[in-house]
Ligand binder design. Structure first.
Ligand SMILES: CC(C)(COP(=O)(O)OP(=O)(O)OC[C@H]1O[C@@H](n2cnc3c(N)ncnc32)[C@H](O)[C@@H]1OP(=O)(O)O)[C@@H](O)C(=O)NCCC(=O)NCCS
Length: 175
């Protein structure tokens, strides 16, 4: 269920902490996701040891290549509302630079979307994305997400302000 054409999604392991720490400090990852103050590798290792178990309400999954199980990124799904059948795709990142632009992000979004509809029985998936994040917007559109709203100038990065797009995907629209 969590396997696509290029990637497989799986629980994060403590051994993933070093890569996650590197990506956390990568300006290209932080650019459109908001940057937090630096943390030490030791602090990130501790976080990796004490990560809460995944639930349907909050799921953090690693993205690894199908070809050779290289750990290349992560997705986070949260704010699940089973009454109305909606969850939020909180983040998606291909942390390993060499793997960006290779179709892995699109495949990971497709896999987690299919999981929310088919396994969790939800009806809608939504997300917020910075309007100028061309790769992310394109990846979401390819999977079937459509623009549902816009928070004007709600995101600040490197001294500039950008709009946030709200995008949504209904069960049955997944491509
Ligand atoms: C956004 C991200 C997850 C997309 O994953 P990816 O594997 O790099 O993207 P894909 O290879 O699946 O490409 C998706 C589409 O975007 C296009 N694209 C890729 N990089 C692009 C860029 N820099 N500018 C414009 N389009 C780009 C691709 O060509 C593809 O479209 P196409 O199939 O029509 O050619 C990834 O680039 C990433 O992790 N970025 C940094 C973190 C981030 O911004 N996350 C999203 C937060 S909402």
């Amino acid at each position: 269920m969590l396997t696509g054409e290029l990637v497989r999604l799986r629980a994060l392991e403590p051994a993933d902490s070093e890569a996650l720490w590197r990506w956390y400090h990568d300006p290209e990852v932080g650019r459109w996701m908001g940057s937090d103050p630096p943390i030490s590798l030791a602090q990130n290792m501790e976080k990796g040891q004490n990560r809460p178990r995944n639930t349907y309400e909050l799921m953090q999954l690693g993205i690894e290549t199908l070809q050779d199980q290289t750990f290349i990124g992560y997705v986070v799904l949260g704010d699940t509302d089973f009454v109305h059948g909606e969850a939020v795709l909180q983040s998606v990142a291909i942390g390993e630079r060499d793997f960006r632009g290779g179709g892995y992000g699109t495949d990971a979004v497709r896999v987690i979307s299919r999981y929310t509809f088919e396994e969790m029985g939800l009806h809608r998936l939504m997300l917020w994305v910075v309007a100028d994040n061309a790769a992310a917007v394109r990846a979401y559109r390819k999977v079937g997400f459509v623009e549902e709203g816009r928070r004007r100038e709600a995101f600040r990065s490197r001294g500039k302000r950008y709009d946030y797009l709200m995008m949504g995907l209904l069960e049955g629209e997944l491509r």
